[in-house]
Design a protein around this ligand. Structure first.
Ligand SMILES: NC(=O)c1ccc[n+]([C@@H]2O[C@H](COP(=O)([O-])OP(=O)(O)OC[C@H]3O[C@@H](n4cnc5c(N)ncnc54)[C@H](O)[C@@H]3O)[C@@H](O)[C@H]2O)c1
Length: 250
């Protein structure tokens, strides 16, 4: 349990917050006093109820993050519910493991849709509220694959994360005059369902390339997201922070 309450009364909107890194981000924001709305594609009551029983302010809004109008409606519901939005976390992502030679165009479009279009739709829907409020911050989830290319996935994943990094920088420039900061986190080799699909052999070969000699924990990514969203990071914008155990130092 955290002892700081950096986000007391602030409203967070996050995509894909029911497992993995997203669940850890939700948990940490709640422990630090925030209210959290999770945009989710399905019923996640099993994840929410134990948190609500601890009197945390956490709600799920079922939506389709790849449908711009539905995302707009979901954002309007958060405003209706809690009157403001302070922090947006674009966390949800899809991955494809097909090699380029076997990859279908449907697969390409569906990963681009979830990893690039959906974060843009959410930013597009929320930014007018942030500008009107005169405050707010966005944190996007990129990946080491944006910088070194895909290690284990199809080329569409790294391409999509490269777009996330560039979207982060572009929005950061456009929104700086409004005092709205936009940053990203680029994790690598974090223990979640996404990396759980790796074989033992793959896992061992990945760990061998990490100076800290282990995989990372979801909470170690979440704490960087909270830092970027916090008052401790008020002079940081357009940045993508590596969380990779030293795998890539740039
Ligand atoms: N785990 C890693 O090693 C790693 C490395 C680099 C980047 N990342 C990034 O971190 C973020 C979280 O990854 P994770 O490891 O927790 O993954 P995960 O697969 O455990 O969770 C992904 C989340 O996205 C949601 N999601 C996926 N497709 C969706 C869709 N079409 N609509 C709505 N929600 C959808 C899932 O429901 C889930 O909540 C992702 O952006 C991922 O690309 C993870």
């Amino acid at each position: 349990m955290r002892t700081t309450r950096r986000f007391e009364g602030q409203v967070v909107v996050i995509t894909g917050g029911n497992r993995g890194i997203g669940a850890s981000i939700v948990q940490q924001f709640l422990e630090e006093g925030a209210k959290v709305a999770i945009l989710s594609r399905r019923d996640i009551s099993a994840f929410l109820i134990p948190l609500q029983r601890q009197s945390y302010h956490v709600e799920a809004i079922e939506t389709v993050i790849t449908d711009a109008q539905r995302v707009k409606d979901a954002v309007a519901r958060v405003i209706e519910m809690w009157g403001r939005i302070d922090i947006v976390v674009n966390n949800a992502a899809a991955i494809s493991r097909e090699p380029v030679t076997a990859m279908s165009l449907e697969s390409w479009h569906s990963v681009i849709d979830v990893n690039v279009n959906a974060p843009f739709y959410l930013c597009h829907a929320v930014i007018p509220y942030l500008i009107e409020q005169g405050s707010g911050t966005i944190v996007n989830m990129s990946s080491v694959a944006a910088k070194v290319g895909d290690l284990t996935a199809a080329p569409v994943y790294g391409t999509s994360k490269g777009a996330v990094t560039t979207l982060t920088r572009s929005l950061a420039r456009q929104l700086a005059p409004y005092k709205i900061r936009v940053n990203a986190v680029a994790p690598h080799a974090i223990v979640t369902e996404m990396s759980g699909q790796w074989s033992e052999e793959k896992r061992a070969s990945v760990i061998a390339t990490i100076p800290l000699g282990r995989m990372g924990e979801a909470r170690e990514v979440a704490s960087v997201v909270l830092f970027l969203a916090s008052e401790e990071a008020t002079f940081i914008t357009g940045e993508t922070i590596n969380v990779n155990g030293g795998y890539l130092m740039d």
